[in-house]
Write a protein that binds this ligand. Structure first.
Ligand SMILES: [Mn+2]
Length: 253
């Protein structure tokens, strides 16, 4: 999206934030739970922000996935009704939106694909949105892995492979140690790094996901980070952050 037109939510509007649903055909229950919440909120929101790890894995916008198709239908329904939907990539679905124009998944939903991080305006306050994995700088092995798979060369090489091969590689990567370690023992963000990011961006607050530790955390000096819940129906986990004129509120499912 263009940086010039900063996304803003203002008077009379309501924004809903969610992340880390880890959706996919492997877990229809979590998908059902998430779609039910979206459906229940649909008439009361004007903006929807999904801040990464929307999907458990994403091998390209041609990924055959019934859950992704169901979510696309739901998001398209929202955007057709005038709700602004914005998506961000996470560490699992970092290839989201890499398809050709007119085929890219976010575009098919009528959604914007956001940079990570990005500043948006919430009721006059600039707020930094991020997935959060880039701030887990204490996990050096993961950051090396991240740098590799986020490089243009790696992505171009990967996306040039046939779909079946990409799906096989994705399965293989699930067993790759660096990635697994990071997922099993989810580190937290480095507060100094977040503080610097906030100060650099000229904001007081950030909203991020990834760490699966929902809540609001003070960083001192009036700086705060708000962490979105992750979703897993089998463990009864899930929730959203709603931001409106009355304030900011995390509701756990
Ligand atoms: Mn994540």
């Amino acid at each position: 999206m263009s940086r010039a037109a900063r996304l803003s939510v203002g008077a009379g509007e309501v924004a809903l934030f969610a992340s880390d649903m880890h959706l996919g055909d492997h877990d229809p229950d979590t998908a059902a739970q998430f779609l039910k919440v979206l459906d229940a909120q649909a008439s009361s929101i004007t903006h929807l922000f999904l801040l990464g790890d929307i999907f458990e894995a994403w091998v390209g916008d041609d990924q055959p996935d019934q859950v992704a198709a169901a979510l696309a239908g739901c998001l398209k329904g929202l955007t057709d009704r005038g709700v602004r939907v914005a998506l961000m990539r996470g560490n699992r679905d970092f290839l989201l939106g890499s398809g050709e124009p007119n085929f890219a998944w976010p575009e098919r939903c009528g959604a914007l694909l956001l940079d990570d991080p990005i500043v948006v305006e919430l009721f006059g306050e600039p707020v930094l949105l991020a997935h959060g994995d880039a701030w887990c700088t204490d996990d050096h092995a993961y950051q090396r892995f991240r740098a590799e798979v986020r490089s243009e060369a790696w992505q171009a090489r990967f996306l040039s492979r046939p779909l079946a091969e990409r799906l096989a590689i994705a399965r293989e990567m699930r067993t790759q140690s660096e990635r697994n370690k990071h997922e099993q023992d989810l580190g937290d963000v480095n507060d100094d790094v977040v503080r610097t990011a906030l100060i650099t961006a000229g904001v007081r607050r950030t909203i991020h996901g990834h760490t699966h530790r929902p809540g609001s955390y003070s960083l001192g000096e009036g700086l705060e980070r708000w962490v979105l819940p992750d979703w897993l129906a089998a463990s009864g986990r899930g929730g959203v952050l709603k931001v409106g004129t009355e304030g900011w509120e995390i509701t756990l499912t």
